[in-house]
Ligand binder design. Sequence first.
Ligand SMILES: [Zn+2]
Length: 152
Amino acid sequence: MLRKTHAVFAMAVAFFLRLTPSQIIASGFFGVISDMDHTLGLRHRGFTHSLLFVFLAYLFTSALFPNLALPVLVGVLTHIFADMLNPEGVELFYPLKKNYRIAKFRFDSVLGNGLVIALSAALVVLRFKGYSVSLKPLEDFSAFVHALSRLK
Ligand SMILES: [Zn+2]
């Protein structure tokens, strides 16, 4: 997927999940960080595209910046989902080196990106029509981890 597709998708999901405006913008940012694996010299679509990374990033931000925990979760998970639409897939269960995918669109294909943009638009429309999903349990978990991290 293209970088802007990842950002738009992450922000649409964040909007659907009723995150705050600043969290929606943060979700767009975290929707593209997984591809910093190039910059960091890591294998592409490896660790930063895995459930292990999602878990660690979520715990880390819950402990230090609880307000960013949900944007991290939304950004990274939507990124992984969108990349699983590529033929190469992602190493979802890193450190296992098996790639998982759900479709075979080329990352730059109009169809693949268009599908994700259409899904984003549908989520925005649904949210305006009153549909949404509550992330209260995850918010509570972040608050719990944050409280634990502050125990002396
Ligand atoms: Zn990626």
